[in-house]
Design a protein around this ligand. Structure first.
Ligand SMILES: Nc1ncnc2c1ncn2[C@@H]1O[C@H](COP(=O)(O)OP(=O)(O)OP(=O)(O)O)[C@@H](O)[C@H]1O
Length: 367
C-alpha cells in the first residue's frame, strides 16, 4: 500500500473558537493562526493552555464554538460535528513526549503514518527520512529509554511531522531538557518550525522560547486571552504582572569573554554576569535582564561601574504600583521602578539615563 495523499495545503490556517466548561473553570478563546505562523501560548498554571491544545487535538470536546483548519470543519458542536483525534491532520508533541517505550525510534516515527494507513515499508522509509532530518539517522533502532532527553524530543517532533500535518501543536516542547541541550534543540526546532507550512501553536513557560520561537503571542489567564501581539510588543507592554514578570526580561546579544564576563555585541561594554560555566569563551549568548533588576540613575553610578551603561528613555508606563521605563539605544533594556523613584528621577521620554544592574542579576543563555 502506498502513502495516502497528503492533506490539502492549508490556505486558510486555523480558525477556532474554543469553549470548554468545567466546574470552577471556563475556557473561552478565539484563535486565528495563519499558515506558517508560529503562535506562542503563555499563561500561568491553570490558565487553560493544555485544555486548549487538547481541545484542538480532539481529546477534549468543545461545549461551544467551532474549529476549522484550512477551511475544513473539525469541530462544530452545534452542527453535530466532532472529528475524532486520529482523523485530524494534526501533529502533537506532548510535554511528556509519550513515545512508545517498546518501539524503536523509527517505529515510533512510523506509527503516525501506519495509523493513517501507510503500508509498513513506505512508513518505515518515510520515518527513516524524518529521523535523518532531525539528525538521528544513527539512532533508528534505539528504544526511548536509550535516548537522551534531546534525542527523545527530536523523535517526538519527527513523529508529529512525518504524516505531513496541517497543524502542529507543541506543549512545552523544551521544558524537560537541561539548559545546554535546550539551546541546541531550540535552534533545530526553530528551523523545523520555519519549514512547516501550516499554523503551529507552542505552549511555553520559558521567556527565551516565547521571544525567539514565536511570531505572535497569546497570553491566557483564567481561560481567556488577555493579550495578543508580537512577542516584542507583549514584552514591552505586558498587560498583567504575570506576563511582566515572565516576559519583561530584556534580551541582549553578547559573546562570552571569560568566566562570568560577557561582551555585549552592540556596545563597547563587558558585563559581569552570573556563572557562564555552561559556556565556552567565544560562545554567542543572550544576556537576560529582568526589569526589576535594573536601577536607573541620572548620573553615572559610582561603586561597581562595570555594569552600567547609557541609554535614552523611550517610554514610561505606569500602572497601580509599578512604573516601567523602556529605553532605546544599542543596548536597550526595560526597567521597573517605583513611582517614588520615578518622581525623584523626573524622567521623561528623550532623557539620557544610566542603567545599572548587578552581576548576580544578569543571566546568560546560549543563543
Ligand atoms: N481532566 C480535567 N478534568 C477537570 N478539570 C481539569 C482537567 N484538566 C485540567 N483541569 C482544570 O482546568 C483548568 C485549566 O487547566 P489546564 O491544564 O488547561 O491549564 P494550563 O494552563 O495548561 O496549566 P499548566 O501550566 O499547569 O499546565 C484548571 O483549573 C485545571 O485544574
Amino acid at each position: 500500500m502506498s502513502a495516502p495523499a497528503p492533506d490539502p495545503p492549508t490556505t486558510d490556517g486555523l480558525r477556532a473558537r474554543v469553549v470548554v466548561r468545567r466546574a470552577g473553570f471556563a475556557l473561552d478563546v478565539d484563535l486565528d493562526v495563519a499558515p506558517g505562523e508560529v503562535l506562542g501560548l503563555l499563561g500561568p498554571n491553570g490558565a487553560g493552555k493544555s485544555t486548549l491544545l487538547r481541545a484542538l487535538a480532539g481529546l477534549v470536546p468543545l461545549d461551544e464554538g467551532r474549529t476549522t483548519l484550512g477551511g475544513r470543519i473539525l469541530d462544530d458542536p452545534a452542527g453535530g460535528v466532532r472529528t475524532p483525534p486520529e482523523h485530524r491532520p494534526i501533529g502533537v508533541v506532548f510535554q511528556d513526549l509519550r513515545l512508545f517505550p517498546t518501539l524503536t525510534a523509527v517505529e515510533n516515527v512510523a506509527f503516525g503514518l501506519r495509523a493513517r494507513g501507510t503500508g509498513r515499508g513506505p512508513a518505515r522509509e518515510a520515518a527513516t527520512a524524518w529521523l535523518d532530518r532531525v539528525g538521528l539517522a544513527d539512532q533508528a533502532t534505539a528504544r526511548p529509554a536509550a535516548l537522551s532527553g534531546g534525542q527523545a524530543q527530536r523523535v517526538a517532533l519527527a513523529r508529529a511531522l512525518a504524516p505531513g500535518p496541517g497543524l502542529l501543536l507543541l506543549d512545552e516542547p523544551l521544558s524537560a531538557l537541561d539548559v545546554a541541550t535546550r539551546a541546541e534543540v531550540r535552534r533545530d526546532l526553530r528551523t523545523h518550525l520555519a519549514g512547516f507550512a501550516g499554523p503551529a501553536l507552542v505552549v511555553t513557560h520559558d521567556p527565551v522560547d516565547a521571544l525567539t520561537l514565536t511570531d505572535r503571542l497569546v497570553v491566557l489567564e483564567g481561560g481567556r486571552a488577555i493579550q495578543d501581539g508580537a512577542p516584542a510588543e507583549v514584552a514591552a507592554r505586558p498587560r498583567s504582572p504575570w506576563v511582566a514578570d515572565l516576559l519583561g526580561v530584556s534580551l541582549l546579544p553578547g559573546t562570552v569573554q571569560g568566566p562570568g564576563a560577557v561582551r555585549l555585541d552592540r556596545v563597547d561594554r563587558t558585563l559581569a554576569t552570573r556563572s557562564t560555566a555552561d559556556q565556552a569563551v567565544g560562545d554567542e549568548v543572550h544576556v537576560a535582564i529582568r526589569p526589576r533588576a535594573v536601577a536607573l540613575h541620572r548620573e553615572r553610578p559610582g561603586g561597581s561601574p562595570r555594569n552600567a551603561w547609557e541609554a535614552v528613555v523611550a517610554g514610561v508606563e505606569t500602572d497601580a504600583d509599578r512604573v516601567r521605563v523602556q529605553t532605546e539605544g544599542p543596548a536597550p533594556v526595560t526597567a521597573e521602578i517605583t513611582p517614588a523613584a520615578l518622581a525623584e528621577l523626573a524622567l521623561a521620554v528623550g532623557d539620557r539615563v544610566w542603567l545599572a544592574v548587578k552581576a548576580t542579576e544578569v543571566d546568560v543563555y546560549p543563543r
